[in-house]
Design a protein around this ligand. Structure first.
Ligand code: EPZ
Length: 421
């Protein structure tokens, strides 16, 4: 298993290109299953999760060609041979559940392994299943699989989500495009990845209104046609790299960054003493002056503070002036980076979904363990400003969601290298 070595050092200066969004691409790719015509995605990120989704779609009979060094995904689901999503692939990536809605909508049947939990929580899929049942799906859970059928096809219906779920909204939205009649999704997720999916589906001929709000309305159509769609910028990668100069000074321009993707996050950056300037090419970020100030953070569905940036923000607040309080309201176990940061000298008290961070002058480099995707990058950021050397192990977590992190940070002056195992 590779590890990444970071040596704390001076300021970062330069440009970081922000890739297409992993979490948009992972729902845009299954959308190919809705049509027998080609769907091409541009600005696709080059990540191991994308490779896993590619394997899953190919196992169903779809053609997926990765062109232009992986930035273009040319897909065709003209010859789908089966509707069985196997546990062996699904267990590697829970977003695999997103093939369920499209398979059901187009073929009237699907057999998808339950994804199982992951490090940050149980990650149930009950809302996905309830939403599809509201469209007439008949579901039978046995042997670890969802056996779904839609005799006579899906029918439009009203889906009332008791809590906001990005994945469940995506599964139902995709299924509703081919359901007979009108579907109304209430308490829908409002994330930019949902908006991006709706825009792609509309390009394919779907009739959708309200994406980005809590109520999405879909008029089902008989069939969807092919399209070409650019994957939206990755707001989590963007937020991650916006924090980098806040750790060790300097000024970084995040190319392709859009302020509308990181609204609530930017409010916290401003309160912490970080300046963000919109430029023609993206967002320029630097530390205003002196130390970072402590701020309180509560994670919420979009447009609130993203849970996927909580670990990175906690790492920054470890050396802020004052005490910060973080509340993780989306997942039940998303503070696993805290013990690793404590190994670096941070002062963090965790009680359930609450963490109190008392700022210290500087962290000290140490060998640390990546536990999940966002925790791993928070440890790399912490290492940028820590005294001495930090070795982040198990960076396969990192490669799931960050392209060439050592190259991007290294190009701005960070002392960082990958040690291949
Ligand atoms: C998506 O996961 C993202 N993944 C996550 O990013 C992100 O953290 C999350 O949304 C929240 O923004 C992808 O898009 C591939 P949810 P998802 O359904 O869809 C509970 C990353 O680091 N829930 O919005 O799985 C669930 O347990 C990843 O890139 C149910 O109870 O998240 C959680 O507590 C991590 N039943 C809450 O809802 C369900 O059926 C929000 O989950 C579904 C979810």
């Amino acid at each position: 298993m590779d590890s990444i070595v970071v040596r704390g050092g001076g300021p970062l200066n330069g440009e970081i290109p922000i890739a297409g969004a992993k979490n948009a691409c992972l729902t845009l790719m299954p959308a190919t299953l809705l049509s027998d015509e080609p769907l091409t995605l541009t600005n696709a990120p080059r990540l191991s999760d994308i490779a896993t989704m590619t394997l899953l779609l190919q196992s169903l009979g779809a053609e997926v060609s990765s062109l232009q060094k992986g930035q273009v995904l040319a897909m065709s689901s003209h010859d789908i041979t089966n509707q069985h999503a196997d546990y062996d692939i699904v267990r590697k990536m829970r977003a695999s559940i997103l093939v369920l809605g499209p398979l059901l909508a187009r073929f009237g049947r699907a057999e998808v392994s339950l994804p199982g939990g992951c490090a940050i929580g149980a990650r149930p899929v009950d809302l996905h299943l309830k939403g599809l049942e509201a469209l007439g799906a008949e579901l039978d859970l046995r042997d670890g699989y969802v056996h779904a059928t839609a005799p006579g096809g899906l029918k439009g219906g009203t889906v009332d989500f008791p809590l906001v779920s990005v994945g469940a909204t995506e599964n139902v939205l995709m299924a509703a495009t081919l359901a007979k009649g009108t579907t109304v999704i209430n308490n829908a997720a409002r994330e930019p990845e949902i908006v991006d999916l709706a825009q792609c589906l509309r390009r394919m001929g779907a009739e959708i209104e309200g994406e980005g709000t809590s109520t999405i309305t879909v008029q089902g159509v008989d069939a969807l046609h092919g399209a070409t769609h650019p994957v939206v910028t990755d707001r989590i990668e963007l937020g991650t790299y916006m924090l980098a100069p806040a750790f060790c000074g300097g000024e970084v321009e995040c190319l392709g960054g859009r302020i509308d993707l990181v609204g609530a996050f930017c409010e916290k950056l401003d309160a912490a003493g970080i300046s963000v300037e919109e430029t023609p090419r993206g967002l320029k970020v630097s530390r205003k002056n002196g130390r970072i100030h402590a701020v309180d953070v509560t994670t919420e569905p979009f447009p609130g503070f993203p849970t996927d940036l909580q670990a990175q923000m906690m790492a920054l607040l470890c050396t802020a002036e004052g005490t910060s309080r973080l509340e993780e309201k989306i997942f039940e176990n998303r503070f696993m980076h805290a013990p690793e940061l404590i190994r670096m000298g941070a002062r963090i008290d965790v009680h359930g979904g609450h963490a109190t961070v008392t700022g210290v002058e500087r962290l000290k480099g140490a060998p640390v363990m990546a536990t999940d995707l966002r925790a791993s990058v928070s440890l790399i950021l912490a290492g940028l400003a820590a005294e001495g050397e930090t070795v982040v192990n198990r960076v396969y977590h990192l490669d799931r969601g960050y392209e060439r992190v050592e190259e991007k940070l290294g190009a701005c002056g960070a002392s960082i290298e990958r040690i291949r195992a």
